[in-house]
Design a protein around this ligand. Structure first.
Ligand code: AMP
Length: 282
């Protein structure tokens, strides 16, 4: 079992990575907000296959939460995360900075992202991708990994980060890993811990509804009709609010009229205060 090192400062991270690089090692980075589950660990393992040394960052990033969202209550489980990463045998370093290390007093820089960031999540969380872009840019610049791995669970986020890294000319491969799911299809998420037993049953319907929608799309049903039917099905299943069910171009997230190019179905819905997202290839 490899016990990963832990660094709390950017300087300590850079010093350790410089040593590894001097020895010829390639570096992989997996950015997370902690409360690690098997979905996160699958990304760590996938990265270990592609890089000699794997850094997992754990930082609950305040700039991607709106004031009314769950920043204060987001699960923080660093000791358990460290054990799980040690058990995985795939992580070499945990980068767990404090808030002041990432956003020192006087911090006054923001990022504006466009393109794949427009619509979907941004319609409901307008602050979100700007916050994601600044933290991921900071992590990428600090670690300068050869590869950085993100989950398709946050599909729009993956496309936004890919665009941002390309636009900034960062010489880093942005890789995507498949979604890990519970037995009933619910995408693993740190936020699933908020669900009580009843809500957990409802949550499992999200993926089933997406699968049913995909079956209809493949049969040739009209995209707009399928989106509306899926929204209705989610409400009937017990979701309190459906933010969107949308069938989009898989590369650009542009709206589409047919399935001539690869497409993705994406959804976001709330049970009580818990907001869940999911997506699948059509
Ligand atoms: P988070 O800690 O929620 O910010 O997620 C950190 C990374 O893990 C992101 O790249 C997510 O897309 C990815 N991730 C979260 N849940 C899953 C999952 N169920 N399967 C695969 N990757 C995931």
């Amino acid at each position: 079992m490899t016990r990963p090192l832990t660094c709390h400062t950017i300087l300590a991270l850079c010093e350790q990575l410089a040593q590894w690089r001097a020895g010829g090692a390639s570096i992989g980075l997996v950015p997370t907000m902690g409360a690690l589950h098997d979905g996160h660990l699958s990304l760590v393992r996938a990265t270990a296959k592609r890089a000699d040394k794997v850094v997992v960052s754990i930082f609950v990033n305040p700039t991607q939460f709106a004031p009314h969202e769950d920043f204060d209550t987001y699960p923080r489980t660093l000791d358990t995360d460290r054990e799980n990463l040690a058990d995985s045998g795939a992580a070499d370093l945990i980068f767990a900075p404090g808030g002041g290390e990432i956003y020192p007093p006087g911090f006054a820089t923001a990022m504006h992202v466009d393109g794949p960031a427009l619509g979907l999540e941004s319609d409901f969380r307008p602050h979100f991708f700007g916050g994601v872009a600044i933290i991921v840019a900071k992590l990428l610049i600090a670690a300068l990994p050869d590869i950085a791995m993100f989950g398709e669970k946050d599909y729009q986020q993956l496309l936004v980060i890919r665009r941002m890294a390309a636009d900034l000319g960062l010489p880093i491969e942005i890789a995507g890993g498949p979604i890990l799911r519970e037995d009933d299809g619910l995408a693993m998420s740190s936020r699933n811990a908020y669900l009580d037993a009843e809500e957990r049953k409802v949550a499992g319907q999200l993926n089933l509804v997406l699968k049913a929608a995909i079956a209809r799309l493949r049969k040739g049903d009209a995209i707009r009709e399928v989106e509306v039917t899926a929204e209705t099905a989610l409400k009937a299943a017990g979701f309190d609010t459906v933010d969107y069910v949308a069938v989009r171009d898989a590369e650009t997230l542009a709206t589409i009229e047919d399935l001539a190019h690869p497409a993705r179905i994406l959804a976001a819905a709330k049970i009580g205060k818990t907001r869940l997202i999911d997506n699948m290839a059509v």
